[in-house]
Design a protein around this ligand. Structure first.
Ligand SMILES: [Zn+2]
Length: 78
């Protein structure tokens, strides 16, 4: 099974989850705070899942990396 990366909306912690491809776009629960976590694409490109299954870029906030929505850029090359 592939491994996907998620970032918690609440505490911004980043974690990886192994799950079937068919469930890749589902949200996940944060292992730390049980908050809602969004899947992120590695290499500093984050998308959010739209209503119709479309994806849209997420603007970075409070990060040194403008295109990274996570609190840290440990997963990207910046
Ligand atoms: Zn959390």
């Amino acid at each position: 099974m592939p491994i996907y990366e998620y970032v918690c909306d609440t505490c911004k912690s980043r974690f990886e989850l192994m799950r079937p491809f068919s469930r890749a776009n589902e949200g996940a629960s944060c292992p730390k705070c049980q908050g809602k976590a969004e899947r992120v694409i590695s290499r500093c490109f984050a998308v959010s899942k739209g209503e119709g299954g479309t994806t849209a870029p997420v603007a970075g906030t409070g990060s040194s990396c403008g295109s990274c929505s996570a609190g840290s850029c440990s997963g990207c090359s910046h």
